[in-house]
Design a binder for this molecule. Structure first.
Ligand code: NAD
Length: 286
């Protein structure tokens, strides 16, 4: 068992709210910090939504009231010093904007106790870009969750060459304590393990579609039948959400990526078809 008891989560958006909820669900003392009362009010609504999702998914303990009880256990604050005051671990899930992350770490470094470990949930930015701002590169690393963390429960743990191996091991153990499957990433890699596999795969599917080689259903069917995988690339796009797919694809200057971005925007996003969450994307859902 680790010495981590008190965990602070910075940013209570899509991922931060899930990290705070799952960590509190697993019995840790959790404080969630965001920049405004409006953001914290949204966080409260998100927690209620996660409790319902745990119940709907029959997550162990949820039917016995543990999910609803978790909502009020999470302390919410807009005061960073209060949030960090006696944290053993701070997990940062603020927007994926380098300037916001850097300034968050600079402020956090002033107020967090010396022993506190900092972890970033960044999807695309390497932890070494922020290690100097943390003032404690030896106690800093990435701990990267997947959306819907209670179900899709990988936690990629990736240090820099300055991360203390003992800190790394502690965070791996903590990930297990909050019911994640820790994925040990042994060196810095943009996209960690998961997105290093997934992004080229999805791009290949998109290329086949916009190149007119096969339609989305045929591409998915081929992948499912021939590999035994449960989902093909376009079913995965629907899970990820077509807005996110568009944001990533439109930033890629390759002609096939630009053609796919145009298709996503004109045929799906502009028509309100954003994937599973809205009931329709490449496929229709109940
Ligand atoms: P989000 O936009 O849903 O949430 C960001 C939250 O941070 C908001 O509540 C916002 O009010 C708050 N915020 C803004 N400025 C802040 C500041 N200075 N200090 C503290 N909080 C601030 O974003 P998200 O999707 O939850 O992503 C957060 C991080 O998690 C990013 O680094 C992202 O790469 C990573 N991530 C996201 C996903 C995903 O599927 N959404 C998956 C894995 C990792």
């Amino acid at each position: 068992m680790t010495n981590i008891r008190k965990v602070t989560v910075l940013g209570t958006g899509v991922l931060g709210s899930q990290i705070a909820f799952q960590t509190a669900y697993c019995g840790f003392e959790v404080t969630a910090y965001d920049i405004s009362d409006e953001a914290l009010a949204t966080a409260r609504k998100r927690f209620t939504g996660w409790a319902a999702a745990y119940r709907a998914d029959n997550y162990p303990g949820a039917a016995e009231g543990q999910a609803d009880a978790t909502i009020d256990k999470i302390k919410l604050t807009t005061d960073l010093a209060e949030a960090a005051a006696d944290a053993d671990l701070v997990i940062e899930a603020v927007p994926e904007v380098p300037e916001i992350k850097t300034s968050t770490y600079e402020k956090l470094a002033q107020v967090a106790p010396e022993h506190t470990i900092f972890a970033t949930n960044s999807s695309t930015l390497l932890p070494s870009s922020f290690m100097d701002a943390t003032g404690r590169p030896d106690k800093f690393l990435a701990l990267h969750f997947a959306n819907h963390i209670w179900r899709l429960n990988t936690a990629e743990v990736m240090g820099t060459d300055k991360t203390d191996p003992a800190v790394y091991d502690t965070v791996v153990e903590f990930a297990e304590e909050i019911k994640m499957v820790p994925i040990k990433v042994l060196k810095e890699q943009p996209g960690y393990v998961l997105n290093s596999l997934l992004v080229p795969f999805l791009n290949a599917g998109a290329g086949l579609l916009v190149g007119g080689v096969a339609d989305a259903e045929t591409i998915d069917k081929t992948w499912r039948i021939a590999t035994g995988a449960p989902l093909g690339p376009f079913q995965i796009f629907d899970v990820v959400g077509l807005n996110t797919a568009y944001n990533i694809t439109s930033a890629n200057p390759a002609p096939a990526a630009q053609a796919f971005a145009k298709l996503l925007k004109e045929e799906y996003i502009d028509k309100g078809k954003l994937g599973r969450e809205t009931g329709e994307g490449f496929y229709k859902y109940n």
